[in-house]
Design a protein around this ligand. Sequence first.
Ligand code: BGN
Length: 285
Amino acid sequence: IVGNTRGGTPPPTARPPCPVKPKHLIGAMAANLTKTKPDVLEKLFPDLEPGGHHEPGECRPSERLAIVVPYRNRFDHLHVLLHNLIPVLVRQQLDFTIFVIEQDLPTTFNRGMLFNVGFLEALKSADFDCFIFHDVDMIPLNDRCLYRCAGHPRHLTAGVSKWKYGLPYPEYFGGVVAFTRHQFEAINGDSNLYFGWGGEDDDLQRRVAAHGFKTLRFPAEICRYEMIKHGSDVGNTPNPKRMKLVSTSVERMLKDGLNTTTYEVTKYDKKHLYTWINVFINRTE
Ligand code: BGN
């Protein structure tokens, strides 16, 4: 067959659609929190293609998924996440690519803006249908928690160890969230204005609700996560402006987001396990 660039994998047209329920899931799993070096992980997952891409050889997934990890200075956590997450994504028979979006120093960490950068940059490389924004410290504990998009945005972190496998409050929308390309565009992405810890996830939730979307969640027994413990991050102190910002989420929604995301890519590296994108974000507010 001409034009098959996927190594040994048959082209999508020659494969049947993937089953709605993947067949080889194992259910509940213990988190493996061992520090594992990148070269060891690379050997564990030899089938990944450069940039952290994988698709099943036996069937054709219904969507292309981009996993976007906002990142700064959490090298060990990142590799713990990948060690646990990649086998889940493979068993779920997904077509996925992992993007790690690292914010350069010196500006204060801006998680919401890194969502937007990840979304925009991923779309420059392929036509992704589904985006899952994933905190680096959230380790999935059950592979029946499906990393797919649906008719409404989905909050995947339904139960988190830090809150006894529940949530801090019912509208909590932090951790891991799934949006189709169109859902994320409809709410103009996340806000770019939250420098430092807190509030950007609440802003995103308010956008979702204001647009008339529901928020989907799988049961907490299934979408259960171990949150890796860590001290407070240098360069990501609580944002004193966050309450005020959250109170204006809806009125800002169409003028602060994907359409106002400006940044400079300072490094772009298709590594074995992920596409690593460094960005410089200017502090404007
Ligand atoms: C909330 C934070 C969230 C954070 C959760 C869980 C704010 C905004 C106040 C108006 N929200 O309090 O960003 O994910 O705690 O830690 O600070």
